[in-house]
Design a protein. Structure first.
Ligand code: GUN
Length: 284
């Protein structure tokens, strides 16, 4: 079997057209969706991600500001800035790019962002809302995965989903979103014994472990859906996912590539959440 490729770039482009129309409508009503991104320090990968977020805002006609803070910035100063943005009516979404320097308490920072502007969906209030199936901002990468499946016509109801990885940003929430849509969910992680015995049973595998080419063909049931969240570099410095694409695409029914799979969906859902926030703020 050769897997069908789930083209994240194409699906993201389609979603962005819909978002651009929503931006136009809001602007006609005098509201320009605005995103504030805070970048602390000089992490190279973070800078690239932040630049791409800014670019996407521009392409969609949204307002965006980038606040750069030095590595040594105090927690107090960062929290002060967030408070200012919480009060700013032109800003509908606030994102502090993670990771942040170790001397700053990440939990405090996340909790200081107003849940009404938490377009990352990281605030405990929004996580609680997600868990109980209420209207909220869903975290962007997990949300993007759900949209990829929906747009490909893959229903998760009744399916066995195995999530490999348990991060707060991807693993935990993607399992919850699958559960909310009636999947049977198993979480595996670095301490799981005999990982293959779980992944082999899966109708859908979500790989979010951060290890290059970790998932091999013999982890996967014939015809399964394989979602690769990894962004790694192999020994040759080439961008690759957590899934050994060459091998696994011979066994799987559907597979997301890296790049052009899950990646383009993350920023798209960030744009979606910011526009949703702007629309909701104008209804308050
Ligand atoms: N760092 C890596 N991914 C993310 C993300 O989705 N949001 C934020 N704020 N930081 C990140």
């Amino acid at each position: 079997m050769t897997a069908e490729i789930i083209n994240g770039k194409e699906i993201a482009a389609k979603k962005r057209e819909e978002i651009a129309k929503e931006v136009e409508k809001l602007k006609e009503n005098g509201v320009t969706p605005g995103l504030a991104v805070i970048l602390v320090g000089n992490n190279h990968a973070s800078r690239t991600y932040v630049t791409n977020k800014q670019k996407s805002c521009q392409e969609l006609g949204m307002h965006s500001i980038l606040i750069e803070m030095p590595e040594e910035v105090s927690e107090e100063e960062l929290l002060g800035k967030i408070d200012e943005l919480n009060q700013d009516p032109e800003i509908h979404g606030i994102l502090v790019q993670l990771p942040i320097p170790k001397h700053i308490d990440e939990k405090k920072v996340i909790e200081s962002i107003s849940p009404l502007k938490d377009v990352d969906g990281f605030h405990p209030v929004n996580i609680g809302r997600m868990m109980t199936g209420q209207n909220t901002f869903l975290p962007c990468t997990p949300y993007g995965i759900m949209v990829l499946l929906e747009e490909t016509g893959i229903s998760v109801a009744g399916k066995h989903v195995v999530v490999v990885g348990r991060s707060n940003i991807v693993g935990k929430p993607v399992g919850q979103l699958m559960l909310n849509q009636h999947a049977t969910v198993t979480y595996c992680h670095s301490k799981t014994k005999d990982l293959k015995s779980y992944t082999k049973q899966a109708d859908i595998v979500v790989a979010a472990v951060g290890i290059a080419n970790f998932i091999k063909a013999d982890h996967i049931k014939e015809g399964a859906v394989v979602i690769d969240v990894g962004i790694n570099r192999n020994e040759a410095g080439k961008l690759c996912g957590d899934v050994d694409f060459e091998e696994v695409s011979q066994v799987a029914g559907y597979i997301t590539p890296v790049p052009k799979g899950v990646g383009p969906m993350t920023i798209t859902m960030l744009m979606y959440n910011t526009v949703k926030s702007a629309a909701e703020s104008s209804n308050r």
